[in-house]
Design a protein around this ligand. Structure first.
Ligand code: B3K
Ligand code: ZN
Length: 888
């Protein structure tokens, strides 16, 4: 599993060199080996004869020499598992081509040529869902990152930009709607029942943004007039039965278009914007130019079938894909190592949009919770990588929380550095310059940073380390007080990560405030920037030692370790005016207590004092009449078990689970009256009443505490909430509580839920998830049984994730001491790998945490990884994740 050496061919594609890897061991691609492609492909014409089982593709490429690259006497066109039916060069059939692995090599002598290649593919056999595939009787594509090569032979790399003209035809009965990128130029119908359409996209694009959809679809249509006066037709395409659930998606698209004009000055650039929902999809959605393809999960919603969180997620993902039109499509990536250029920036843009739509405080807390749940563990494990990775075997494995979410945090820090204390939006001046400089280009992360430096007028020289160093920095904070001066001494430690032993000090911007202990107020925020291993900051005018509020708004994606007393944290949890800092104080109070308890380092006196402090703080949260319920709901949530385990060098999942549940019992019992009073109040808020969303969030939280402390009462409340629910948020919240409790009500409501929503795949996914995530002692057995349920299939990624992602994220089931949970997940990975390697590989990181788990379970986890590694034929995706998990 060592790094295989390689060299770069004149075609600019990395090729195995003498020490070629064993057939089992896919080659490593290095960022440092980038060379421009020797040929430009200014135009491509594609002709599709569509069929579910057989689709014929004729590709005509105009190629010219790239004056900026080393000259070449041949062209390498990437393929994946196909043979060309014919190859023509400048109109003549030729035999001069050869296959090199999956790629087609064609000698070229002049400065410009026309190449025509015919291929035939079977979309219905494409279970990987990459390239052109069949889903539910329709045809659709997914080309990012390297799916276009499964459709035709082409330089499948993001720095080759072409103008696309596409013709397609197929039986009208099956494919009455034919969609592609750009604008429809012509369409018609032949007497034999064939329909056809011609599309043209005027904007040059890399092939990963190509898309085609053919099927029996209907649209919810609308219009949007851009700030420049362009009338854009908007369509949300779905199956006829799903049409009533598309209004929210359409409205979200309109809001996104308006927001991007107002906030980033970005205007849409075509007359048409199509979104198509498909039920078999590997990810959330895809930003293909003018033709986004979406997982149905991020399109379809109505109050009966979607929760408040689903509505928010749809709004966020619609916005994300729309924002890619500029951050990703108009300015694309030079190579896949630059992925965070478009993803990190676009995630930041969608987060800022959702903050404006849904409320800044709660959205920020949610985003930090996601970062901590998904990215922090990645950064502290064998798969840690910088937001701009240095090498990969399979790029699909690098669509990670690090590239996306940490990438967004890094750009958010640039925004803080540019804008803090400034009257003008200097960050916006930076992004304006970026779009202006690089419009129509394939750019790098370095280009982005330089544009922000020049446009915002800030120096990001040392800040660039955030792009190259992996690992979540730990910042230790000491507070000293002498006379009227308070001195903060901060030191940073960037942990060692695979392949990166020596780390340089990072630039860490931290917003702080110093609270007067008596008054519970502060005299204003400051921004301190820690850019050395250790640095001190002094503030005068504090007769008494203040309470430090730090990393307000989570200005930096770091772990803060501060010398705050329990009393300090209780004060901040009750009074901090920065909502994130208030939430954080509450979390810190609980984390400190539960971690010490789970590690067995808490004396009896300490335990009692900790419980008292947490109960005091929680009581204040329950009764604070100034607090909005949506924020109250956040403050009520205990840190997740996975986040708690992350704080411990080698965690015992059983001990952490027992302590966390124990605390719920204590709080639920001690604060029973306050919980019930709260429930009684929020239960009366009608579905569309003021503050209704916050009320629903609080309801579910109360049920969770009741389930732990008073199961009989919880069953009664939850069954009633389930029966009376007029929306999915309440119904799912109630069923979640019931799922963890052994009772006749549990069984009855699970059967009711299934019968009520049978045939609605997205809601049946919830039914699988609720059981797999449940706190029921037999959750493991339930998952095993559900895997054999007639509605379970490995062919649909949503269904697989609904059951197994939930299960892998349910520590008390997954970490069963018998090791059976690990075995089940490994069995899934082995069964799914030949069907859908990209989705299979996504389950590996759960086993990859083995080094951070107590020795007995750790050995069992490792053994399962080894069992996978020894399987005779693994995909590149799974192979890479398993190899890194064992080596790292
Ligand atoms: N760009 C796509 C992700 C493609 C993943 C390919 N394996 C969706 C997004 O981030 O918007
Ligand atoms: Zn994206």
């Amino acid at each position: 599993m060592d790094i295989a050496s390689k060299s770069t061919t004149p075609e600019g594609d990395p090729q195995p060199a003498d020490a070629a890897p064993a057939p089992h061991e896919p080659q490593i691609i290095h960022r440092s080996d980038y060379t421009p492609f020797p040929w430009l492909v200014p135009e491509i014409a594609l002709d599709f004869d569509l069929g579910l089982d057989a689709t014929r593709v004729v590709a005509r490429l105009t190629v010219t020499r790239n004056g900026r690259a080393a000259p070449a006497d041949r062209i390498r066109l990437n393929g994946d598992g196909q043979e060309p039916l014919s190859v023509k060069l400048d109109g003549e059939m030729v035999n001069s081509w050869a296959m090199d692995g999956h790629d087609l090599i064609l000698p070229l002598s002049a400065d410009a040529h026309e190449i025509e290649i015919v291929t035939q593919i079977d979309p219905s056999a494409n279970t990987q869902l990459e390239g052109l595939y069949a889903s539910n009787g329709m045809l659709c594509t997914q080309c990012e990152a390297e799916g276009f090569r499964r459709i035709t032979f082409f330089p499948d790399r993001p720095d080759v930009l072409s103008v696309y003209s596409v013709t397609m035809r197929g039986p009208k009965a099956q494919f009455p709607i034919l969609l592609c990128n750009g604008n429809e130029v012509a369409s018609g119908e032949d007497e034999d029942g064939t329909c056809w359409a011609e599309w043209h996209d005027p904007w040059p694009k890399p092939c990963y943004l190509f898309a085609l959809v053919a099927g029996d679809l209907v649209a919810n249509s609308g219009t949007f007039t851009t700030m420049g006066g362009r009338d854009v037709t908007l369509n949300i395409w779905v199956r006829a039965e799903d049409l009533p659930r598309t209004d929210h998606a359409l409205e979200s698209l309109r809001k996104s278009m308006k927001w991007d004009e107002e906030t980033f000055g970005r205007e849409y650039d075509l007359d048409l914007y199509n979104i198509v929902a498909v039920s078999d999809f590997n990810m959330g959605a895809m930003e293909n130019k003018g033709l986004n393809v979406f997982n149905t999960k991020y399109v379809l919603a109505d109050p009966d079938t979607a929760t408040d969180a689903d509505f928010d997620a749809i709004e966020g993902v619609i916005a994300h894909e729309y924002f890619h039109n500029w951050s990703g499509n108009r300015v694309t990536c030079r190579d896949w190592f630059q992925l965070s250029l478009k993803e990190g920036f676009t995630v930041l843009r969608d987060q800022l949009f959702s903050q404006d739509m849904q409320g800044e405080a709660v959205k920020r807390i949610e985003d930090v919770r996601i970062l901590r749940a998904a990215q922090f563990p990645e950064d502290s494990g064998p798969l840690a990588h910088p937001i701009r990775p240095d090498s990969y075997r399979e790029i699909s494995n690098f669509y990670t929380a690090t590239v996306y979410n940490k990438g967004a945090e890094v750009i958010r820090m640039m925004r803080v550095l540019a804008n803090f204390g400034s009257d003008s939006d200097r960050f916006r001046q930076g992004t304006d310059l970026y779009f202006e400089r690089h419009d129509g280009e394939a750019a790098t992360c370095e280009d982005f940073i330089s544009a922000i430096e020049d446009g915002a007028g800030i120096d990001l020289k040392q800040f660039r380390l955030w792009y190259s160093q992996a690992g979540t920095p730990k910042v230790h904070v000491k507070t000293a007080h002498e006379g009227d001066t308070v001195t903060l001494t901060l030191s940073q430690l960037v942990p060692t990560t695979p392949g990166q032993a020596d780390k340089q000090p990072m630039v860490i911007p931290l917003k702080i405030a110093l609270f007067d202990r008596e008054a519970g107020t502060h005299g204003g925020e400051s921004l301190i920037v820690l850019d050395e291993t250790e640095k001190s900051f002094s503030f005068n005018g504090y007769a008494a030692k203040p309470v430090l509020s730090i990393n307000r708004g989570f200005t930096a994606p770091v772990t803060i370790i501060r010398d705050a007393s329990r009393e300090d944290l209780v004060l901040l949890a009750a009074h901090d005016d920065d909502p994130f800092a208030r939430y954080e104080a509450m979390q810190e109070l609980v984390v400190g207590h539960l971690v010490a308890a789970a590690m067995g380092t808490l004396g009896d006196g300490e335990r009692a004092a900790g419980e008292d402090a947490i109960a005091t703080a929680m009581g204040a949260v329950l009764e604070d009449s100034q607090l909005e319920d949506s924020m109250r709901g956040e403050l009520m949530m205990l840190p997740s078990q996975n986040y708690l385990m992350e704080q411990i060098e080698r965690a015992d999942p059983g001990a952490v689970h027992a302590e966390r549940e124990g605390l719920k019992v204590i709080l639920g019992t001690r604060l029973a009256d306050a919980f019930h009073a709260l429930y009684d109040r929020v239960e009366k808020v009608p579905f569309a009443g003021e503050g209704a969303r916050g009320a629903r969030k609080v309801k579910t939280q109360v049920l969770a505490y009741a389930a732990a402390s008073d199961p009989l009462k919880a069953v009664e409340l939850a069954a009633l909430q389930y029966d009376n629910a007029d929306n999915m948020t309440d119904r799912q919240g109630a069923l979640m509580a019931l799922c963890g409790l052994d009772s006749a009500e549990r069984t009855g409501r699970l059967i009711d839920f299934y019968n009520r929503y049978q045939g609605n795949a997205l809601v049946i996914d919830k039914w699988f998830t609720l059981q797999a995530l449940s706190l029921h002692p037999n959750a493991l057995e339930h998952v095993k049984a559900l895997a054999g349920h007639p509605d379970f299939t490995l062919k649909n990624p949503n269904r697989v994730r609904a059951l197994y992602m939930a299960f892998a994220g349910n520590p008390h089931a997954f970490h069963d001491p018998s090791g059976e949970g690990y075995r089940m997940l490994a069995d899934l990975i082995l069964a799914l790998d030949p069907v859908n390697p990209q989705t299979a590989a996504r389950f590996v990181p759960s086993l990859g945490r083995w080094r951070r788990i107590e020795p007995a379970r750790s050995a069992l986890m490792r053994a399962e990884l080894e069992r996978i590694a020894n399987a005779p034929k693994l995909s590149r995706d799974t192979y890479e994740q398993v190899a890194r998990s064992l080596d790292g």
